[in-house]
Design a binder for this molecule. Structure first.
Ligand SMILES: [Zn+2]
Length: 409
């Protein structure tokens, strides 16, 4: 009989933390560094102290709770985030933090001493819903984002991140820098349909896909919607519409796992009776291999050129951000596989299509992730849901994988 986490206790914490910032329809609005975020953090810190963890906060407001090991060795960290998108769900992020806490409580239940310390980490502003970029605090920790730049990130009301950190009492004294870690483990909802479709309870995550972001600005000729005949129009939105269809066509042409999305469109002047003079749109392309993104951008360049030539409009296309695919550490992946097998989870290897703090952590620590299924593949919405049976398999996998990496004393 393998050791188990306490499912009832875990379920209770999901209820309790989920009630902070709860929406009427069962979701969650807990934007980073808001009053709700402060209450969620305070609740977590209280639970971490109850569990006897040594709690520290760094200069980015990342919260750490550490359970001592038998030797002065680098710790195994488990964690995720507790901020949410507006009207998001109660599983994204939270579940990783709560399962980490549950794993530590379970070490205590079973009176297990570990060689390496084992800890929980809660990263600030993972979602990027309030302050951009997303994953800002793990980015600072990994040395990929300057602390100054992170501090000066502003929300839509012009409020600086550092001022909000101070206001809610989470501008900590510890430096936000990389330090030696035995490993970083993050349990997270899949946010896609694969595990559910295949009736699996756990995904052993091998890495995170490569991501490319582009921005297209189309300059047409703004004019009156009435007296301007169709034959002399240069409509920026018509060109944009062909680009939107072309972006999907690009993914279809390439096939495989590539996904491409136009998610943001700004139309100017955006009124009923004027021909759109300017459109700005975003293009997000993802694939397990960075070479595919380069190919996709090549096709996209032609799609945009053709669409704009046909409409007789000018454009600027910038490919302004790209992250390569992030493979996780083979020894951590292997530990997660052993754990998933030991708990009897129905599992397979999987790639993450979404960014996570684990992406930055992989640059500074042996890193792995554990996915649990998302009902209908949905997330970032109030309908987000994962069955407790699957959460239990995931939490047990996290528990045993962390113990595997930390080693028994
Ligand atoms: Zn998340």
């Amino acid at each position: 009989m393998t050791m188990r986490i306490d499912r009832k206790r875990l379920e209770m914490t999901i209820e309790e933390l989920g009630s902070i910032g709860a929406t009427a329809r069962g979701g969650l609005t807990r934007l980073a560094l808001s009053d709700e975020d402060k209450r969620g953090r305070d609740w977590m810190v209280a639970r971490m102290r109850e569990a006897g963890l040594r709690v520290t906060v760094d200069r980015m407001g990342n919260i750490f709770g550490e359970r001592a090991g038998a030797a002065a060795l680098p710790p195994v960290l488990m964690g995720s985030h507790v901020d949410s998108v507006p009207t998001g769900g109660r599983y994204d992020g939270q579940l990783g933090v709560l399962c980490a806490l549950e794993a530590i409580r379970s070490l205590d239940d079973h009176r297990i001493a570990t060689r390496h310390p084992v800890g929980v980490v809660i990263f600030t502003n993972e979602e990027g819903a309030r302050f951009q970029p997303a994953m800002i605090a793990s980015g600072v920790m990994a040395g990929k984002i300057a602390l100054e730049d992170a501090y000066n990130a502003r929300d839509k009301d012009g409020i600086r991140l550092v001022d909000e950190l101070e206001r809610i009492g989470y501008l900590g004294p510890e430096p936000c820098v990389a330090r030696p870690l035995r490993g970083y483990l993050e349990l997270h909802i899949e946010q896609g349909p694969f595990l559910e479709e295949e009736k699996l309870s756990v995904g052993v995550v091998e890495g995170i896909v490569a991501i490319s972001w582009s921005r297209l600005t189309i300059h047409g000729v703004q004019d009156h919607a009435g007296p301007t005949p169709m034959r002399i129009r240069h409509d920026a939105l018509v060109a944009a519409a062909n680009v939107v269809a072309g972006v999907r066509g690009t993914a279809r042409t390439l096939g495989g796992d590539v996904v491409a999305t136009v998610g943001n469109l700004t139309v100017s002047p955006n009124i009923v009776n004027a021909i759109p003079g300017r459109v700005t749109l975003s293009i997000d392309i993802r694939d397990p291999k960075i070479e595919t993104l380069e190919k996709a951008r090549g096709i996209l360049d032609r799609v945009v050129r053709d669409a704009c030539e046909r409409e007789g409009v000018r454009y600027e296309l910038e490919h302004y951000w790209q992250v390569p695919d992030t493979p996780f550490a083979p020894d951590v992946i292997a530990a997660v596989e052993r754990a998933a097998t030991a708990v009897g989870a129905r599992w397979r290897r999987i790639l993450s299509g979404a960014g996570h703090d684990a992406q930055y952590m992989a640059a500074i620590a042996p890193t792995g992730m554990i996915f649990v299924p998302s009902r209908d593949g949905r997330s970032h919405c109030e309908e987000e849901f994962t069955a407790i049976e699957d959460i239990e398999d995931g939490a047990n996998t996290l528990f045993l994988a962390a113990l595997d990496l930390a080693g028994r004393a």
